[in-house]
Write a protein that binds this ligand. Structure first.
Ligand SMILES: NC(=O)C1=CN([C@@H]2O[C@H](COP(=O)(O)OP(=O)(O)OC[C@H]3O[C@@H](n4cnc5c(N)ncnc54)[C@H](O)[C@@H]3O)[C@@H](O)[C@H]2O)[C@@H](O)CC1
Ligand SMILES: Nc1ncnc2c1ncn2[C@@H]1O[C@H](COP(=O)(O)OP(=O)(O)O)[C@@H](O)[C@H]1O
Ligand SMILES: [K+]
Length: 503
């Protein structure tokens, strides 16, 4: 799914109104209607709703929603500033609310002495994607007051105070929602940790904006959604043999970190690799042979790797638990100097590369690197926030002609063509040592099976997150282990096969 900037979403609204038999007011009614449906499913009629509506169209959504909820029998109170000019649509919906005697409307100055009750739900319709300057002090006070209230909080379209495509200012006043009900598409700020933290759970409602605009409007930002994965996933042919699905070699482990090699190798085996090798130091021989009997062991040294062979037909995934011993460093750099085939690189292999910026030039074109934020910083330098980090990653992916998998809650896959694919699978149960090792194994297996670097990276992060979600459901986010995630990879493939109409 494409992601558009706020400016593009506004163009999309305008295009839909101009080219379809629908008015701005009708769109607002549809938007409010979709929120009503969600609210009815999630809150029983004993709840009372307090609306905080601004003067733009986000406020208009709020007034329309307040009226529709009232008509469904809910108790509704509205706060708004009648002294400021409303947008045309907001004014119509404000007047419609005002005409209903059962809806009380108060000025913002009364928020402090209003008595909220136990069943209150706060609806934030102060600002939407039209916010174009910092929130004024009085509104900031209101937002801070609302944030301190211990009631469920729902934002309409975007939490008020967030800027849709950019980093928020230091100490910016932002409404902190439990749920964000957004229209038509995700906004970029939902994905980034500094701003995404304000959104709670996100629901996206299709309000019927023009499909023609969606198809033709150009963007470089995408969500990795189920439909993209279905287009990417290649079911296995029954007329196949182990050679059909490639050779993968995991290069990992050192004394005390053989677990990293085990997890990467297991994830690689579970992700469909035809023939799997693991190059590790001898101290891991028995552990690896016992835990991953399907993989062939190749000795790379005694307690850490000091040498490994370049094998033309194999796809290499290098890094988990290697350590940064000078001997390992020499081996990694020698390997990179001798290979031109794309490789997958993580963890200590990235740390070795980051010691000298010249090493980056050794990365074969179309390689995939999978840094977490700290590894990214070691490789490419410090940035002030995740928006800046992404900008730098775009620049580096293009410069080096590699794919960067920037690991985060919403991992980003950055292509050499300057595209960004945001992942929306995965959960905090994966915030544990070992999850990254599994990701390296998964991506290596996909690359070995003939997926392009782009598809291996995109499919890999989605698969990893989805398996993490399945593991979280089974064991809880607290208790699930990266090993559980690896065991769930099979269920993700079953999920994909079931959704494939040919099966
Ligand atoms: N037909 C449409 O245009 C639709 C619009 N929709 C809603 O409309 C919203 C966008 O509406 P608008 O563009 O009117 O803008 P918003 O309602 O997001 O609010 C911004 C308004 O406040 C002003 N403003 C901006 N920053 C401010 C600040 N810091 N302090 C005080 N005032 C400030 C702006 O000049 C603008 O009038 C969307 O987020 C969505 O909720 C939806 O109803 C879907 C259909
Ligand atoms: N809160 C989270 N939500 C979603 N995914 C997460 C979260 N925390 C971690 N992950 C995922 O888990 C993996 C962790 O990788 P990494 O930090 O390299 O771990 P390690 O090297 O210890 O195995 C990444 O793929 C990351 O996206
Ligand atoms: K809002």
């Amino acid at each position: 799914m494409k992601i558009f900037s706020a400016q593009q979403i506004k163009k999309w609204d305008a295009f839909s109104i101009l080219n379809n038999p629908i008015s701005s007011l009708q769109l607002m009614e549809i938007a409010a209607g979709s929120c009503v449906e969600w609210i009815i499913k999630n809150y029983d009629p004993a709840h009372s709703f307090c609306f905080f509506c601004g003067n733009g169209n986000n406020g208009g959504d709020g007034f329309a929603l307040a009226r529709l909820l009232y008509e469904k029998g809910f108790d509704v109170t509205v706060f708004a500033d009648q002294n400021k000019k409303f947008s045309a649509e907001a004014l119509v919906n404000f007047e419609r609310c005002k005409a209903i005697s059962g809806i009380d409307i108060f000025g913002f100055e009364h928020f402090n002495d209003f008595s909220f009750n136990e069943s209150t739900v706060i609806i934030d319709a102060l600002f939407g994607i039209g916010l174009n300057r910092p929130v004024e002090e009085a509104t900031a006070k209101l937002i801070s007051f609302l944030n301190d209230l211990n009631f469920p909080k729902v934002s309409i379209d975007i939490p008020s105070g967030l800027i849709p495509d950019e980093m928020i200012g230091v100490n910016a006043a932002v409404f902190k929602a439990d749920h964000t009900l957004t229209f038509q598409s995700w906004k970029k700020s939902f994905f980034h940790p500094e701003s995404g933290i304000f959104c709670g759970k996100i629901q996206v409602f299709d309000i019927g904006l023009s499909k023609e605009f969606y198809t033709h409007e150009i963007t470089n930002d995408y969500i990795i959604d189920d439909s993209l994965i279905h287009e990417t996933y290649k079911p296995r042919s029954e007329f196949s043999h182990k050679g059909t699905f490639g050779k993968a070699t995991i290069v990992a482990g050192s004394f005390g970190k053989i677990g990293a090699a085990v997890m990467a190798t297991k994830a690689c085996l579970r992700s469909g690799s035809g023939i799997t090798f693991v190059t590790a130091p001898n101290c891991g021989y028995e552990i690896l042979q016992n835990s991953c009997p399907e993989a062939m062991f190749i000795s790379g040294g005694q307690n850490y790797i000091v040498d490994f062979d370049f094998e033309e037909n194999s796809t290499f995934g290098i890094g988990p638990g290697l350590g940064t011993h000078p001997g390992t460093e020499t081996a990694i750099l020698k390997f990179l100097k001798n290979t031109i085939k794309p490789v997958v690189i993580d963890a200590d292999a990235l740390n070795i590369i980051s010691e000298n910026s010249e090493h980056l030039k050794l990365l074969p074109k179309k390689s995939i690197i999978t840094p977490h934020p700290k590894e990214f910083e070691r490789l490419f330098g410090q940035t002030q926030n995740s928006f800046e980090r992404l900008r730098l990653a775009r620049q580096k992916a293009e410069e080096l002609q590699i794919f960067i998998v920037l690991k985060d809650h919403h991992t980003q896959v950055i292509t050499p063509q300057n595209q960004v694919y945001y992942n929306i699978t995965g959960n905090s149960g994966m915030a544990k040592g070992g999850s990254g090792d599994a990701l390296l194994g998964i991506i290596t297996a996909l690359l070995a099976q003939g997926y392009s670097s782009q598809h291996a990276a995109i499919f890999g992060v989605w698969l990893h997150g989805k398996a993490g979600d399945f593991a979280g459901e089974k064991f809880s986010k607290e208790a699930m282990l990266p090993s559980d995630l690896i065991e769930e990879i099979g269920n993700v493939f079953k999920f994909l096969a079931k959704k494939n109409p040919s099966d």
